[in-house]
Every structure is written in C-alpha cells, then in structure tokens.
Design a protein around this ligand. Sequence first.
Ligand SMILES: [Zn+2]
Length: 324
Amino acid sequence: MKKTFLYLATALALTACNQNSETETLAEDNSTTSVPARRTCPSEEIRAELLKNDAAARQRYNNIEAGIQNFISSDKVLSDGTVDIPVVVNVIYKTSAENISDARIAEQIAILNADFGGTNTDASKIPTEFAGVKAGDTKVRFHLIKTVRKSTTKTKWGTNDAMKKSSSGGIDATSPANYFNLWIVGNMGGILGYATFPESAGLWNDGVVIAAPYFGKTGATSPYNLGRTATHEVGHYLNLRHIWGDANCGNDLVADTPTQTGANYGKPTYPLYNTCSGTSRSVMFMNYMDYVDDAAMFMFSAGQKTRTQAVLASSGARAGLRIY
Ligand SMILES: [Zn+2]
C-alpha cells in the first residue's frame, strides 16, 4: 500500500504545477504514522489550488459568495418567520380624486398589515364557533417601497391588463418577481379589483389592480371603504380561492372553511346555514375571501394561513418576495 501511495504521490509531484508544495505534502504524509500532535486540515489549500487553476470553479465560487452576501443583507424574513413583502404602488389617474394620496396609500398598507396580522379591531366579532380556526397572525406583512404615478386621459379600464404596460397607457411592473405590484386605476365599471395567482409569479402582469374608489379608507366609497378589496385580492395573490370554491358547494382547497353554496353579499346575520350534499352547516361568510361588504369580513382561517405560508416559503412560487 505504502509503495503504491509513494508511486502515485511521486507521479502527482512530477505533473503538478507547483512541485514544491506537492513534495511538502508527500513529506508530511510520510511522517504521520502516529497520531498528529496538532490537528490540520488542508481543505482551504486544496480549494486555493482549484480556484487558481480553474476559471469555471472561480466563477462558481464568486456567484455563491455574491448570493450569500445578498441573502445576508436583504432577506426580508423576520426573525419570527414573518415575510415582510415589499410593495410598489402604481397610480394611474385622470382626476385628482383618482390620484390617491400618499397618506391613503399608507392607510391601505396599514389595513393589510392589520388584516394579515390578525390585529384588525373587528377581529373581536369572529364568532366563537370559528375562533378555534381563525388564522390570527398569518405572518405576512407589507411595506411600501415606492409609488409610481402617471396621468392618463383614459376614463375606464378593463381586466385586460392594459394598466400594467406603458405601451398601452399603463405603468410597467417593477421587478414583479421580487416586489408585489399594486395598480390603482380610476374606474373598472362594476369591478372593485382583480389579482393574479402564484402561477403568474414574476410575469409582467403579476400583481393586484384596485379601482380608486375602493382603495384605502379615507374618501373611499361605501360599502367597500375599509380597504378590504385589497385584503381580498392580496389573498388571491397569495393563492387563496373564493371561500365557496367558485361553484355551487365548491371546494376552496382549505379544510377548515365550511362548504357553502355560493357567494354571500351585503351584511349577513350570523349564523347563516347552507346545505351541501345533504349537510347543513353554519358558513364562514365573515371570511375575507367571501363577497360580503367590507364591514362584514374580518377573518382568514388557519387553513388559509397555511396556503399563504406555503406559497411564500423558500420553496414556494412567491419565494422571490423574500429577497430583494
Ligand atoms: Zn376574488
């Protein structure tokens, strides 16, 4: 064995660029027949040789280090696991009323933080029946990165994403893989807002659109004047479905939201019973993913929280929002 080793080591020494260091290594190896007096580990020296001689390895090394430094300096996962989502608000306005103020944008962000944090004051209205499955703090937060404004002569917008492209009179998204983009337009007819789901993560049209009258609170139009249109649409953005599963007694892919026949509107009175497959259940119409008025919705469920956490996990479709 020793002879073979010596032969290989000599052959390596002869072919090595740095014959001196190979000779030294060989000498050390020969002398260590007993337990070393001091610990030694050559990994860094071996790596230094690799990086000196292999340009591709050098490039990989630099990429890895750059990624790590970026992670350390900019990861937005707070110490308790909360994902603090960076928000870009794009305001496209014709009238001054549509040019939503910075104060109202701050108000809307605060509403999102309260609703997703479970600190909304009306959470006290959650019926005892559903208190055990309420999400409480979903560990999702939002903070404004920047506001982009653009005036327009357009009076009405649709759901064809025209507001998301400068070439069609809108504002291009800012880094949609890493920022949550929110567009505010003056008027979409009977539509309060709409969202893209996680399969659109990072695409040019990824984000949420809200009609100005239903954005924020101060000056917003009743009964959609508590900022809950944004809470609902951000729910979609984070992979939540309508609570009735968009079908008669449909499936919202969440186990703890009772099956209900369809959407609820206005301000229903609790308890409200629906019968699906012969079973009568008290339904969770106060969920943000139903269609009730802003004042009548005030909770996410624990199952919904799990879905949002999954999509924001480092392996999730919206993991890009964790780093920017
Ligand atoms: Zn919806």
